[in-house]
Design a protein around this ligand. Structure first.
Ligand code: NAP
Length: 482
């Protein structure tokens, strides 16, 4: 059992209340964590505010050196951290290790950009050579980061990497069900040289801790990743103090396969894209549109592939898919595909819970593929956050694009065709923040990522993320004019 408090001002603080952290693979208790309230948030914000001037006073290059040390320290603890992540989140240990490295790589990516942070200048204002305009970039101050449970660490890294390099300090609120790895990492980063108060972690209910962050007058920005309804709520609460917000929200990503596509590669990308992390990814493949001539071939090959996915504890390296994160999450996904079946859909593979001693206590669900889901079924209208995948037949690219865009979401999308002209036209027309053409749906630190429509606001990754953590200010300087 691991018992952890809050991490504030470089120290672990205990709280009056605590909550249990459960293992999704068997329901056992992994540990407990202090559960915060408004007062604890205020203490953490005050620590971040006190640390801000000192952190900002460091050169960006020095901040970069510190983030490199933090990344190295995290990487050298990968075994312990990945085991903790699998215990509290449920994902296979291989995926947990990938997530720890992804977090470290994001810190390294922004550490590498530190020396390129700069503003600009405009000479000769009013045609006066003695009058110069300066464009300054400065940090925003204290930032709040609110993160979900599906990628507890890497999604925190998407905020901390650009935000810390830009000179901001943070109060981070992790999901209540996955606080342990993040708390451990905060203390590793402190030991690696991140000054006290620069990164503070407060766990507790989103409606209390998250809401206080969103309304706190000393918090300049909220970087939020989570569901669309909560994102909207955070945005409206943040408006009371005109905070900046970056919102990375839900998605229902289309995956289009045209008849000239490499079907084997498309099937493989589709399977990984849907069943990675047990389907609990914002950018998972969630709706598949297949050109009529290859529909049957694609379907049969996908079914064969999905039948081979082994389901079980994330600690057994022969398992490709772990449990869903919570019992409620499993019931929600089952409700969504049952709704489709009641409206005429057919389950092609899966659709059941695996049984037996090693599965009965966990939140397991077999990987599921369906066809004939009606337009009004939840498989089409809602975000499906689990291992269930609907297939639809289409006649050509135009119909596929039309169906792709018929959604309130606009996060990612995939297009598989050998006709690159058609693929580029589709990439332009599909309303999503990312399009993969003949490529697996993977995120890159180098490329900005942000949803269209109800999938989000602003960008993470790329240089663009840095801009979201800096204020731009103009200065007019009269040289010898006074
Ligand atoms: P969620 O319910 O929206 O929770 C996300 C975070 O918000 C958690 O820390 C939660 O705290 C907190 N929260 C809940 N209510 C709040 C409130 N009223 N005010 C402030 N904060 C509040 O989302 P989830 O179920 O954890 O995560 C799954 C969702 O995240 C999916 O929709 C997925 O698509 C989306 N997601 C998007 C991206 C992206 O980059 N676009 C990436 C990953 C996930 P508690 O845990 O205490 O409730």
């Amino acid at each position: 059992m691991i018992n952890m408090g809050f991490f504030i001002n470089g120290k672990e603080l205990t709280g009056d209340d605590s909550s249990k952290v459960l293992n999704p693979a068997d329901g056992s208790i992994v540990g407990s964590v202090a559960s915060g309230n408004e007062k604890i948030v205020d203490i953490a914000v005050s620590a971040a505010k006190n640390a801000f001037e000192c952190w900002w006073a460091f050169s960006a290059a020095r901040r970069g050196e510190i983030l490199y040390s933090c990344a190295n320290a995290v990487k050298s603890n990968v075994d312990e951290l990945s085991a903790l992540l699998t215990s509290e989140q449920g994902k296979p240990i291989k995926e947990a290790k990938m997530e720890i490295f992804r977090f470290a790589h994001t810190l390294e990516h922004y550490a590498g950009m530190a020396k390129s942070l700069r503003g600009g200048s405009v000479p000769n204002l009013d045609q006066n050579p003695a009058r110069m305009g300066l464009i300054l970039k400065r940090p925003l101050g204290v930032c709040g980061a609110i993160t979900p449970w599906n990628f507890p660490l890497s999604l925190a890294g998407n905020k901390l990497g650009p935000g810390l390099i830009a000179g901001n300090t943070f109060v981070l609120k992790p999901a209540s069900t996955t606080p342990l790895t993040v708390l451990k990492v905060a203390s590793i980063m402190f030991d690696a040289g991140l000054p006290a108060g620069v990164l503070n972690v407060v766990c507790g209910p989103g409606g209390v801790v998250g809401e206080r962050l969103a309304t706190h007058p000393d918090v300049a920005k909220i970087g939020f990743t989570g569901s669309t309804p909560v994102g909207k709520d955070v945005m409206s609460k943040a408006s009371s103090t005109v905070k900046r917000v970056t919102l990375e929200l839900g998605g229902s990503d289309p995956f289009i396969v045209m008849s000239d596509a490499d079907v084997d590669k498309a099937v493989s990308a589709c399977s990984v894209g849907r069943f990675f992390n047990c389907g609990q990814a914002c950018l998972a493949v969630k709706r598949v549109f297949i050109d009529e001539p290859i529909y049957e071939e694609f379907k049969e090959k996908l079914i064969e592939k999905v039948k081979k996915i082994t389901v079980g504890s994330g600690f057994d390296t022969s398992n490709r898919m772990g449990p869903l994160h919570t019992k409620g999450q499993r019931e929600e996904v089952e409700g969504q595909f049952n709704d489709a079946v009641n409206k005429g859909a057919k389950i092609l593979v899966g659709g059941n819970r695996p049984s037996g001693d090693s599965h009965d206590k966990g939140n397991y669900l077999m990987p599921t593929v369906l066809e004939n889901c009606s337009k009004d079924s939840k498989m089409n209208t809602e975000e499906v956050f689990g291992p269930a995948l609907p297939l639809w037949k289409v006649s050509g690219m135009n119909e596929a694009i039309e169906k792709s865009n018929d959604s309130p979401f606009g996060l990612g999308s995939s297009v598989w065709t050998k006709d690159l002209d058609a693929a580029m036209r589709a990439a332009e027309k599909i309303e999503s923040g990312y399009t993969w053409i003949n490529s697996i749906s993977k995120i890159y630190d180098e490329l900005p990522f942000g949803g269209m429509k109800e999938s989000g606001l602003g960008s993470e990754h790329g240089y663009e993320a840095l801009e979201h953590y800096m204020a731009t200010k103009s200065v007019v300087m009269g040289i010898n004019e006074a």
